[in-house]
Every structure is written in structure tokens, then in C-alpha cells.
Design a protein around this ligand. Structure first.
Ligand code: PLP
Length: 428
């Protein structure tokens, strides 16, 4: 359930009509619902309530806006981060450093040092050398870095190739068969406490089968590592749960996912035979924020086309990259629909044919000057925005009941030009 509903024929976010936001802030603009974010966070937690030791770290890359992170911090979420910049954001939003998990295949030495300095709680290692370097840096700072090893379970998540991460040819993690050797060689490394495994096989997953298979492989590895004398007390099961971009394509619910996790981890999560219990860690991104946001846009032209008309909107691929990048679908709805329909293509103003949101789509009939939204744009939306074609960086608004606030300003081309410099050698 979300809080994007038509009232008196006008699409509202909670109690605010989108016409009001367009008037005050202009378009294009992302609009988030605080109540929806909170509800999704609660539903996710509730789904895991049958598990005794759980840590939820929101995957910041899905939506790094500080206000969004603040809402999730208030819900008790930590953060899964993939850069020093994301560490800074998590802390700026009030998340506890010890609740931050640092993932990512290319952490630099400077990022490790910064993260250790602020007290980041866990590092998910992507290769053996990274563990050695992290230990060295931590030891030189008089600290010990807590770490897990990200394993690649070689399962096909059945999602788009560009968001598939758990096959052996992907760049992420170490082959699961190599984990034993890496644990043996890294154990005893000064400054490093390697005590768990991590896996994340992909995003926008609709089939829990591959995830359950991956978790099964991870469980087998936990047993092997324990048998070899290693202490395992945390396992990071990643994120990846899908969201319904199309109304009639419904992903597994968080509750179904929670039941699967209970089943898949039963044999090893509670410890036994002298082994400590395992804290299960989760890194949801899209499922928390996807349906909590829309991209509000205005129709500039309705341009006749060879087959169908083109609806040219003022949002473009630089504001919402997913359709161009992943052939992704976003529902398009008029803010004040007349009830009439049309078959049309939807495109932005950027000079690329790829700047097309939909072809031959059955949509609310719209005309120049009408407002419309792309739904389910809260995840991997604003965070991927650029200023390509020297367009402004798209702003973000958060609604809370009957009030709203700009939570990221529109960054105008003038501001960006001011940060560029003509060198002396080009002076006239
Ligand atoms: C992207 C990512 C996530 C979040 O994925 P979602 O599909 O948005 O839930 C979690 N963990 C890692 C390591 C990631 O790279």
C-alpha cells in the first residue's frame, strides 16, 4: 500500500495535491511520501520478526537523500554503503556508525581509513587482498575492523543482466569454493576480525528460488567454516526484493521473503555445539523506497509521430535513467485524468533516441501543459540523475501529511557552470 491516491480527481501524495507541488517547486521534481517510507520500513521489519537477531541496513544507493535516510534512521535502520560519500550521508542523517555496513568492490585505502576513523561497524570484503589491506590500515590506527567475506554463490537471479550480481562471471564477491582458503589465510591478521559471510545476488528479484538456493549455499559454507574452527556470528543476506513497476506483476511480499529466510537459515542461525548464534543482516533498497516516490513532470508537446504521437515531457533520461539503462517500465499517469485514453510514446527532451520512457503505451489522454507522474520512481531515480544536456539537476520534495518540503534543491546550470574554469592558457 502507498499514499499516492486520487482525491476529487487529482493525484495526491498523502494530503497534498501534486498540482500544489508543481506550482511551488516547478517540474520535473521527485516527490516522496514519508508515510509510505515508514510503512515499508515497518512491513519489512515485521516480515523478519520471527528471527531472533536481525540487523537491517538500507542500501543507500537506492535513494541517498538525507531526509529519506532520516526517516529510515528513525525507524531503526542502519545503512549499507558503497562509498565514502555514502558513509558521510548515513552519518549526516543520524545513523549510528556501528550500524553501517560498507560493501562495494572497489573501496580505496582512503575510504577504508575514513570509514574506520568514524567507526563503521562492518566491512564486506570482496577479495582476499582487501582483507589484508583493511587489517593493515586498522592496525595502524589501533583499531580492529569487523568483516564478512562476500561470496558469489553462482546462481542466476533471473533478473536484468545489468542488475544481476551473483553469477560466477560477475565482478562481485569471491567464488564460494574459495572462502575456506581465504578464511584460513586471513585468520590471525592483525587489525582484522573476519567473522561472517555476505551475499547479494541481484536486484528487482521476483523469484525467491534463486535466493533460497544462494542462502542454502551460504549455510553450507557456514557449517564448513565452523568445522574448520572459524567463528561465524554474522551473515549478510543482501537485498534484492522486487517491486511492482507494473500493477499486474506482483513480486513476492516481504512476509513471504521472511518465511523463506526462516526456512533457509534454520539449521545454522541459532548456533549450537559451542558455536555462537548468527546475526542475520539485510540490505533492502528498492523494496523500501521504490513505491514511495513519483517523478512529477509536465507535458511540453504532443508531437505527431509516424505510428503514435509522442508525448514530450519535461523529465528526461538524465532525471530518470532506468528506462534508458534497463528498458525499465514506469507507469505513467495524468495528475488530473479526464477518463479518456490514448496510445502514445512518451519521451523527454534530451538529444538521444534512448531518451524514451515508453512506446505505444495505453495511457491517460494528456495534452500540452498537463501534469503527469512516472510511478514507482523512489528507487534508483534521483540518485542516478545527471545534468546531461546541461539540464538542471532534478530536485526532490518530501510530503508529510498536508505539508511538504524541498529536500533537495534544483541545481541550475548556472551553479554548475560556476564550478567550471577556463584555464589561463585559454584566456583571450
Ligand atoms: C544494490 C545493493 C543492495 C540493494 O539492492 P535492492 O535491489 O535495491 O534491494 C543491497 N546490497 C548490495 C551489496 C547492493 O549492491
Amino acid at each position: 500500500m502507498d499514499h499516492f491516491q486520487y482525491k476529487n480527481g487529482v493525484l495526491h501524495v498523502e494530503d497534498v495535491p501534486l498540482t500544489r507541488i508543481a506550482e511551488a517547486v516547478g517540474t520535473p521534481v521527485y516527490v516522496y511520501s514519508r508515510a509510505t517510507l515508514e510503512r515499508h520500513a515497518q512491513v519489512f521489519r515485521e516480515a523478519l520478526s520471527g528471527l531472533p537477531r536481525v540487523h537491517v541496513a538500507f542500501a543507500i544507493k537506492a535513494n541517498p537523500n538525507i531526509a529519506v535516510l532520516k526517516v529510515l534512521a528513525k525507524q531503526g535502520f542502519g545503512a549499507d554503503v558503497v562509498s565514502g560519500g555514502e558513509v558521510a550521508r548515513a552519518i549526516a542523517a543520524g545513523m549510528k556508525p556501528e550500524d553501517i555496513v560498507f560493501s562495494g568492490v572497489g573501496k580505496t585505502r582512503a575510504e577504508m581509513e575514513y570509514a574506520l576513523g568514524v567507526g563503521v561497524g562492518q566491512f564486506n570484503l570482496e577479495l582476499e587482498e582487501e582483507g589484508a589491506v583493511l587489517g593493515q590500515i586498522a592496525a595502524s590506527m589501533g583499531k580492529t575492523a569487523t568483516a564478512t567475506l562476500r561470496v558469489n554463490p553462482d546462481v542466476d537471479a533471473g533478473t536484468h543482466a545489468k542488475i544481476s550480481t551473483g553469477k560466477k562471471e560477475n565482478k562481485f564477491g569471491v567464488a564460494i569454493g574459495e572462502a575456506n582458503g581465504i578464511f584460513d589465510r586471513l585468520s590471525g591478521t592483525a587489525g582484522l576480525s573476519l567473522r561472517g559471510l555476505a551475499c547479494h545476488i541481484g536486484s528487482q528479484l521476483f523469484d525467491l528460488g534463486p535466493m533460497e538456493a544462494a542462502y542454502g549455499h551460504v549455510g553450507d559454507k557456514v557449517a564448513e567454516l565452523r568445522a574448520a574452527g572459524h567463528v561465524i556470528d554474522r551473515v549478510d543476506l543482501g537485498g534484492g526484493l522486487g517491486v511492482p513497476y507494473e500493477r499486474d506483476k506482483v513480486p513476492p511480499s516481504p512476509a513471504t521473503y521472511g518465511q523463506m529466510v526462516e526456512r533457509a537459515t534454520k539449521g545454522w542461525r541459532d548456533g549450537a555445539d559451542g558455536h555462537p548464534p548468527v546475526t542475520l543482516m539485510f540490505e533492502p533498497g528498492r523494496v523500501i523506497v521504490g513505491n514511495a516516490g513519483v517523478l512529477l513532470t509536465e507535458v511540453i508537446w504532443v508531437k505527431p509521430g509516424a505510428v503514435n504521437p509522442y508525448i514530450i515531457v519535461d523529465a528526461a533520461m538524465n532525471d530518470l535513467a532506468r528506462p534508458a539503462m534497463y528498458d525499465a517500465w514506469h507507469d505513467f499517469e495524468a495528475v488530473a485524468p479526464t477518463g479518456e485514453r490514448m496510445i502514445a510514446n512518451i519521451a523527454g527532451p534530451v538529444c538521444e533516441s534512448g531518451d524514451t520512457f515508453a512506446m505505444g503505451r495505453d495511457i491517460d489522454a494528456v495534452k500540452a501543459g498537463d501534469l503527469a507522474v512516472f510511478r514507482t520512481a523512489g528507487a534508483y531515480g534521483a540518485t542516478m540523475a545527471s545534468t546531461y544536456n546541461s539540464r538542471a539537476l532534478v530536485p526532490e520534495v518530501m510530503v508529510d501529511g498536508d505539508r511538504f518540503a524541498v529536500v533537495a534543491e534544483r541545481i541550475k546550470p548556472e551553479t554548475i557552470i560556476a564550478a567550471e574554469h577556463v584555464p589561463d592558457f585559454l584566456a583571450d
